[in-house]
Design a protein around this ligand. Sequence first.
Ligand SMILES: NC(=O)c1ccc[n+]([C@@H]2O[C@H](COP(=O)([O-])OP(=O)(O)OC[C@H]3O[C@@H](n4cnc5c(N)ncnc54)[C@H](O)[C@@H]3O)[C@@H](O)[C@H]2O)c1
Ligand SMILES: O=C(O)C(=O)C[C@@H](O)[C@H](O)[C@H](O)COP(=O)(O)O
Ligand SMILES: [Zn+2]
Length: 360
Amino acid sequence: MKTLKVDLGQRSYPIFIGSDLIDRPELFEACSKASSIYIVTNTTVAPLYAERLSKTLASFGKSVRTIALPDGESFKDWKNLQTIFDELLKHGADRQTVLIALGGGVIGDMTGFAAASFMRGIRFIQVPTTLLSQVDSSVGGKTGINHPLGKNMIGAFHQPIAVIADLSTLKTLPPRELSAGLAEVIKHGAIADATFLNWIEANTSALLACDIEAMSHAVLRSCEIKSAVVSADEREGGVRATLNFGHTFGHAIEAGMGYGEWLHGEAVGCGMVMGAKLSCLLKKITQADADRLTRIIHSMHLPTTAPKFGAERYIELMQVDKKAEGGQIRYVLLEQIGKAYIATAPHEAVVETLLATGAA
Ligand SMILES: NC(=O)c1ccc[n+]([C@@H]2O[C@H](COP(=O)([O-])OP(=O)(O)OC[C@H]3O[C@@H](n4cnc5c(N)ncnc54)[C@H](O)[C@@H]3O)[C@@H](O)[C@H]2O)c1
Ligand SMILES: O=C(O)C(=O)C[C@@H](O)[C@H](O)[C@H](O)COP(=O)(O)O
Ligand SMILES: [Zn+2]
């Protein structure tokens, strides 16, 4: 097992990465002081892992309940958040209750937001079971739900007290979901570590085959990169926005198509292709670099051709973005492979050229 730390002073927490971790009560030690424990999961993950996790948590001698929400991005909304609150209140949860998010990023984001707001804030633990949630969403404390007009528009920063990434759970993950997670892995290489991107490129087959050693390295290196960024800028005042590479376009695709049509990772993969093309149009990276990144994304079975909404609609969708300021869209672009920067306002005509010609 590998252990990392997200360094945030009093809000610091460990990330445990390894196999069969959901069977190890010592990793859930914070539950020994809980008044009650709620596993929040969904109807797909519950039959796979909830009983095993309940058994582990039962060793603390506290009440352990499971809340299973419907599965899918389109359920990351008010209604299902309300279901969590209903269950907590119905069964007498209090400020010493600990929530456990067992599932992918949808469950992690919603459970985290429920924990941030229930009785003005209770503790929660992330047990990510998708590649995407192990390499990205379980770390950093961004929690929330979608709004029909914009992705993740309602939420809060609320850090978990631990992240327990059990690599064995990836064995049951469908290939399409694995590829979606690989998009965020590629993102970490593209924005912060050219050597890691080389490794990803050289290990495409092992990653697609969900080889345990390859997964272990991908999760570890991604968590190292993300936790360093989050430790430096918890609330996205600056450098944290680089983790949004591919997301300005990607979130527009998700909202524009209706949540769930394309997976988040698929939209981000395609968004990174668009971001690389824009970086190239602005003469920051070479055509060869943009082509290479597109090839890597394509090799992971991710879409690289954007849905054709038209430039006007893309711009309208992208204006509903948390990075936008005073109506100006801000893009995360590449200065070089392994280094991202924030473009406050690239010339609108350049973006329109991108949308009209290449990607959309
Ligand atoms: N908070 C953040 O920093 C952050 C970062 C990245 C993404 N996100 C959010 O995360 C979400 C995407 O997360 P995701 O890709 O994990 O999607 P997801 O949560 O929808 O999970 C993907 C699918 O895999 C299933 N599943 C989960 N674990 C499984 C397992 N071990 N075996 C079999 N099936 C399993 C789920 O039921 C679901 O059908 C988006 O809402 C995105 O906005 C948040
Ligand atoms: O943690 C971050 O910061 C990220 O941007 C990670 C992204 O992969 C993730 O999709 C995040 O939820 C996007 O955040 P948002 O603030 O753009 O909604
Ligand atoms: Zn993302």
